[in-house]
Design a protein around this ligand. Structure first.
Ligand SMILES: C[S@@+](CC[C@H](N)C(=O)[O-])C[C@H]1O[C@@H](n2cnc3c(N)ncnc32)[C@H](O)[C@@H]1O
Length: 246
């Protein structure tokens, strides 16, 4: 069967995790995607489970237009906004079964407020899947260096489009707790195999993705590695599953 995404083991892990729950559910479920981009991660999943509702929140108007086009015919809404408290009034549902945010937190200026929104939008018993990337801050080329320097300055005047800063483990855990979220699972994905993916011939890519994800899942569960920030040079993505604290 077609993979839900390619080229990113963290996103494939999360989409597989979501698919298992959509498949097992006897009632339609709802997904809120914060920093949805063009919603490309969700097209295959939503086509496979068309009773699922998807809301994407995205500050780029151009990305929203593309997302709306890609999701034509599906039960989806795209809201053009930053993902802070003010967006709640615009959402079709007050709370969701799943709140996801892939590769966004490193761009977010007000991170505690962002995590508070995730908590507020979770149904009781719902799950949040949040991942963020370190790659931009490890070996940045000139363009990424400039974006990282300029990002926080532009954010102060309302443009949060660029990278802000590396998300430190202790900061994430402290902010998640402050936002009322408890960590159910913490994993790391996207080793340097992410770079190898680009060189794999088209016909071998699905096989490569499955082997890549299986290896990284083994590294997370059975290899006995305790993550620390200095490993961010080897794992480009940190991936959390969270639930609201009672
Ligand atoms: C690297 S893209 C990831 C897009 C998508 N989640 C994906 O995985 O393909 C990061 C996205 O975060 C969005 N973004 C940045 N700051 C945001 C904020 N405060 N709230 C919501 N989205 C934000 C950007 O506009 C951009 O589309």
């Amino acid at each position: 069967m077609e993979l839900l995404t390619t080229g990113n083991s963290a996103k494939l892990y999360c989409l597989n995790w979501l698919e298992a729950r959509l498949k097992a559910s006897t009632t339609p479920l709802t997904i809120l995607d914060l920093g949805a981009g063009t919603a490309g991660n969700f097209v295959t999943l939503l086509r496979r489970y068309p009773t699922t509702h998807y809301t994407g929140v995205e500050p780029s108007a151009a990305a929203c237009a593309e997302a709306r086009q890609r999701l034509t015919g599906l039960d989806a809404a795209i809201i053009n906004a930053y993902a802070y408290d003010s967006v709640r009034a615009k959402l079709p549902f007050p709370q969701y079964d799943f709140v996801v945010s892939f590769s966004v937190l490193e761009h977010v200026y007000r991170r505690l407020d962002y995590l508070r929104l995730i908590r507020a939008c979770l149904k009781p018993g719902g799950y949040a899947l949040v991942n963020y990337d370190s790659g931009h801050f490890q070996h940045p080329d000139l363009k990424e260096r400039i974006k990282t320097l300029v990002g926080p300055l532009l954010a102060r005047v309302g443009n949060e489009a660029y990278y802000q800063s590396f998300v430190r483990e202790a900061d994430f855990r402290r902010m998640a707790a402050q936002a009322g979220l408890s960590i159910v699972e913490a994993k790391s994905f996207n080793t340097h195999l992410k770079g190898v993916y680009k060189h794999i011939p088209e016909g071998q890519r699905a096989d490569f993705m499955e082997r890549w994800l299986a290896l990284e899942e083994w590294l997370n569960t059975s290899a006995g590695i305790d993550y620390t920030d200095d490993q961010a040079a080897h794992w480009f993505t940190r991936n959390f599953i969270l639930q609201g604290k009672n």
